[in-house]
Design a binder for this molecule. Structure first.
Ligand SMILES: [Zn+2]
Length: 225
């Protein structure tokens, strides 16, 4: 933990993707399916309950309309841009949205150690609007929250500043997908919020390294844990 470090020229360039990069890495097309073979053996992820989060479950979650194990079909990737973990959680505490895991920002204490668990996996989080759907995701069914899990990645410590995602953030997100792949026999789709709700959302953003993330999910991160 040193003092303030100015981003390198390379890092600064990453903040503003060029038009070419944007079309090459458009979050509205972030989607891949988990193959039937290659499912990992069950394992634990480094997670802790976000302090005090239980008090908000009653208003910030709903009962799943599907079997909480066999009914899980998708995992949705979100990013909170311009918010700290505390800022993101204030949204959940206001019962306006929720997610199963929150990945802390690069300058926050748990970064590199644990993800915050925020909602019990057996409950539906509030993270995609009910009417939204996409043909290639669970046969185009709506009410995505009922049959999905959600990861929220904290991107920045201050509003309007988009930071590069850290390697650890991408790796822990991939490990959570692998953990879920091992646990939920019918989990198939890994999808961005932007694909499901392109009119309103662009997360996790064009700077999220989707190809690397997908490779980590499919091939493993080298047994991090
Ligand atoms: Zn989102």
């Amino acid at each position: 933990m040193g003092g303030i470090t100015l981003p390198s020229r390379t890092a600064q360039e990453k903040l503003v993707p060029t038009l070419g990069q944007r079309t090459m890495n458009d979050p509205k097309f972030f989607l891949f399916d988990l193959p039937r073979s290659g499912r990992p053996a069950p394992f634990r992820i480094p997670e802790e309950w976000y302090p005090g989060v239980r008090d908000h479950w009653h208003h910030a979650t709903s009962r799943r309309a599907v079997d909480p194990i066999g009914g899980i079909r998708a995992l949705v990737i979100h990013a909170a841009v311009g918010l700290s973990s505390a800022g993101a959680m204030s949204v959940m505490k206001a019962h306006r949205a929720s997610w199963h895991w929150l990945i802390p920002g690069t300058d926050e204490e748990p970064h590199g150690k644990v993800a915050w668990a925020c909602v019990p996996e057996a409950s539906a989080a509030l993270h995609v609007r009910d009417l939204r759907s996409y043909p290639a995701v669970n046969g185009g069914q709506a009410k995505v929250n009922d049959w999905s899990l959600a990861i929220q990645i904290v991107n920045s410590r201050s509003r309007d500043v988009v930071e590069p995602f850290s390697d650890w953030q991408v790796e822990i997100a991939a490990e959570i997908v692998r953990y879920s792949w091992a646990k939920y026999p019918n989990l198939k789709h890994v999808v961005s919020h932007a694909l499901l709700d392109p009119e309103r959302c662009s997360d996790p953003g064009a700077h999220f390294p989707w190809k690397r993330f997908r490779d980590l999910v499919l091939n493993g991160a080298g047994d991090m844990y």
